[in-house]
Design a binder for this molecule. Sequence first.
Ligand code: PEP
Ligand code: MN
Length: 340
Amino acid sequence: MIVMKEGATEEEIQAVVDRVESVGCSAHLSRGDLLTVIGAIGDRDRVAGLGLEGVPGVDHLVPILKPYKLASAQFRKGERTVIGVDGRRVGGGHFSLIAGPCTVESREQTLEVARVVAENGASMLRGGAYKPRTSPYSFQGLGVEGLRLLQEAKDETGLPIVTEVMDARDIEDVVEVADVIQVGARNMQNYPLLSEIGRAGQPVLLKRGLSATLDELLMAAEYVLKEGNPDVMLCERGIRTFETSYRFTLDLLAVPALKELTHLPVIVDPSHAAGRRDWVLPMSLAAAAAGADGIIVEVHNEPDEAICDGPQAISTEHFAEYAEQVARITEVAGKEVSRV
Ligand code: PEP
Ligand code: MN
């Protein structure tokens, strides 16, 4: 990490970037209020061999000791990343309430859920057109038709869309509609997919793998960041433990721990861990209290008829009350739900 002097000129910054790139390393700029920091990613010895100390504009060099570099808190010198999504903000003091069905099932279902969550304070609409299902015989999502319905919901409500991509071949179609690309838990370690998504240029919601450590999650984020895409949100969605009383163990300690390790926003998904709708509210409140930068929650107009994840979906009927309670805790935690 090359820390430039306060007031370093553009020419001085560019000269350092050029020198870093001249030895086959990549240079990632991070501009803070006062200081510019250049992350040199590549062979440590080659960067050291450049003798950058003493070069005009350079203040000092700091080795980043974590295996992830661009994702490390050190890289932003304690500043938080705030991601802009179509006028909404995620991170810092901004809380994002992302709500919608597990999967896009029909026009009526998608539009009905979108309307209700939009009217009651959601920041974004979620919904899967491509679904990672345990059984190959289960419904796999509506695909391109599902994306079309999400576009219609966005046109009508103005809500940005969060939707999953599972296969690099679908990225082109997905980015047409998605404001945030979701990477599911099962794909967290699909490295070619992460790199490809990093090049797509859209903000990313990266879910923690079922058995991934926080270091592994941050290394996965690094794959996206290294392609030049700085807009990654991390998502705790429950991990697999010996406990069988609920679907997954929601690891809320990941929130403060990640806040210490990284500058990236941290979102919590209480739905997939709980597996039951009556446990979704308490876990949402706990996540907000723990300092999460947002929640991604499943909502359905007819949960009992849902094609997938019905038992954990909050019904549209109860969403207003749910959103109100979440907003109350986010306020206590010093954040505000981000809407336009
Ligand atoms: C989802 O968000 O619907 C989903 C499948 O999540 P995960 O990848 O966390 O299981
Ligand atoms: Mn789901």
